[in-house]
Design a protein around this ligand. Structure first.
Ligand SMILES: [Zn+2]
Length: 267
């Protein structure tokens, strides 16, 4: 079986061949977030993110993105729409080949240059694996990335090491302690929340999405270091028909929102 990816022959349009939920699902992600059609819900309790700084986290090239594996049980998310405590297990990102595209969610049709995902699982299920296919199993914090003038200091702890994991399967230890709280947008006034899915196969419909309304800014250099990651295990200089073996345009386009209610919650 061919593996899914983001190319012409194995990209999001084709995932339904292997994962029927891609086309048949009722709560697929990402979606376009339209503030005018969102409901507000002042009755929700505050969203509480308790993050700890951790040393020696592993950073890997999955061939689809970079991924920081978080040590379970150290950071959690409660409140907001979440009925339980959710713990952080990993973070990764999606980005474009050029600026102007790359985020998965959009706001009023506007795409950002990238999107960071902090993946949490419902502790009621005991582990990420058990939670992954349950309707309330996962919660993902989505943070838009926008290329600007300044480099982002917390994000730099990741991007400065991407040169060490050029090839798919490469793994290193982060040199500095990472503080997930430092990756949240400071000026966000609200977040959007709705029931959705993983945006990569197997596209399980188990995610409560929490997407911040404003981006964090990263530098062009930081973006370029993500675009330089390779999606192959051996770099023999060969390129595919599109002239690239780099991890680029690794985002899924928006799906149909359907009857789903999207709530806009003030922070
Ligand atoms: Zn993601």
């Amino acid at each position: 079986m061919a593996t899914w990816g983001y190319g012409k022959d194995n990209g999001p349009d084709t995932w339904g061949k292997w994962y029927p939920v891609c086309d048949e699902g009722k709560r697929q992600s990402p979606i376009d977030l339209v503030p005018e059609t969102c409901s507000e819900d002042p009755t929700l309790p505050a969203l509480v993110a308790k993050f700890s700084r951790l040393p020696q986290l592993s950073l890997e090239n999955t061939g689809m993105s970079w991924k920081v594996n978080y040590v379970p049980d150290e950071s959690s998310l409660t409140g907001g729409p979440l009925g339980n405590e959710y713990k952080l297990v990993q973070m990764h990102a999606h980005w474009g080949k050029v600026e102007g595209r790359g985020s998965e969610h959009t706001i009023n049709g506007k795409m950002f240059d990238g999107e960071l995902h902090l993946v949490h699982y419902n502790t009621g299920y005991g582990s990420f694996e058990e939670a992954a296919d349950k309707p309330d199993g996962l919660a993902v914090l989505g943070i838009f990335l926008q290329v600007g003038e300044n480099s982002h200091p917390e994000f730099e702890k990741i991007t400065s090491m991407l040169g060490d994991i050029k090839l798919k399967g490469d793994l290193v230890e982060l040199a500095e302690e990472l503080d997930p709280a430092g990756l949240l947008p400071v000026e966000s006034e609200c977040y959007y929340t709705y029931p959705g899915s993983l945006t990569t196969p197997p596209l399980l419909e188990s995610v409560t999405w929490l997407v911040y309304s404003t981006p964090i800014c990263i530098s062009k250099t930081q973006m370029l270091s993500m675009r330089s990651l390779k999606n192959v295990e051996n770099d023999d200089g060969q390129e595919d028909e599109e002239g690239c073996t780099c991890v680029q345009d690794n985002y899924r386009p928006v799906c149909c929102r359907g009857e789903r209610v999207v709530r806009m919650i003030k922070l």
